[in-house]
Design a binder for this molecule. Sequence first.
Ligand code: GLU
Length: 303
Amino acid sequence: MDYQWVFAEITRAIRPVLAGGRTADYIPALAQTDPKHFGFAVADLTSHVQGTGDWEIPFSIQSVSKVFTLALVLAADGDRLWTLVGKEPSGAPFNSLYHLQRSGGIPRNPFVNAGALIITDRLQTLTGDASGTLRDFLRTETDNPDIDFDARIAESEQRHGHRNAALAHLLADYGRLDNPVDTVLDHYTRQCSLTMSCRDLVLAASFLARHGLRASHSRLLNRSEAKRINAVMLVGGTYDTAGDFAHRVGLPAKSGVGGGIIAVIPGRCILAAWGPAIDRYGNSLAGVTALDVFTTHTGLSIF
Ligand code: GLU
C-alpha cells in the first residue's frame, strides 16, 4: 500500500499544531530540541518502510524504550512478570509517588516510571547489562549499528532525576528491586536516552505487528504475549490520557517525553510519529494529531 496520499493529509493537519506545546524541560537537555521537527513512518510486515518529514532523524526515545524492555523481560520470564507489575491504566502522572505507595509498591503498569524501573531491574538481573542488551536488540532489529545512548541527555536526567530516584528508593524499601538503586537508575536513564529515528522505531517494534516474530522471523514472544503487550499499551501507553488517545486513534501505542510515539496495527503495520512539543501529560501534540489523521483517513484501526 502506498501511504503518500495520507502523509500529505498529515502534513497539512499538523502544521497548526506545531506552533503549540512545549518540549519537555524537566530534563534540561531535552528542552533544547527544535519543537518544529516532525517525522512519521509506517512499516509493513515485510519491513518495507515509508516515511515523511524528519522520519530519518534520530531523537531521544525516552519512555518508548519501555515497550522493548518489557518485551525482553516477558520473553525470558513469561507470565510471572505480571506478578511484579499491574496491567491497569495509570490514572495518575507517570512519575507519581503517591500511587506507588497506595498500592503497596506494586506499580499500576510497566509503563509508569515505577513499573519501568522494576522491568529494568529484572532485565539487569537476567542479563547483567540491561541497557546494553536493549541497545543490541534494537541494533539487530533495525540493522542500524549507529543506535546508541546520548550521554548528554542521560547525564542531564541523572542530575535532575530526583523523582525517579525517590521512586527507586521507595521500590527498594518495599523489597521490589534485586539490584542496587544506583545501578537500576543508571540503566533506566541510559535506556531512555537511546536515540532512534521513526524509521528505526517502526523496524524495531514490528514484532508487535507480527504477533511476536522478530525481523529475522525467529520468535521473540508467543502470540498471546504479544497480544498482552499491545493490550497494556492500549490502556496505559499514553500516560493518563490513554482513554482520550484510544478514542481519537484507536490503536495500542507508547509515547515518550522526547515526542516520539509508536502505534501498532496487529497483523498489518507499525507506525511511528515524532514531534518534540508535548502536551501537559507527555504526549506529542503533532504525533497524536498525525496518528489520528492516519487512522481516520485510512480507516485502519483495531476497532
Ligand atoms: N526518562 C523519562 C523519565 O523517567 C521518561 C519519561 C517519559 O518519556 O515518559 O522521566
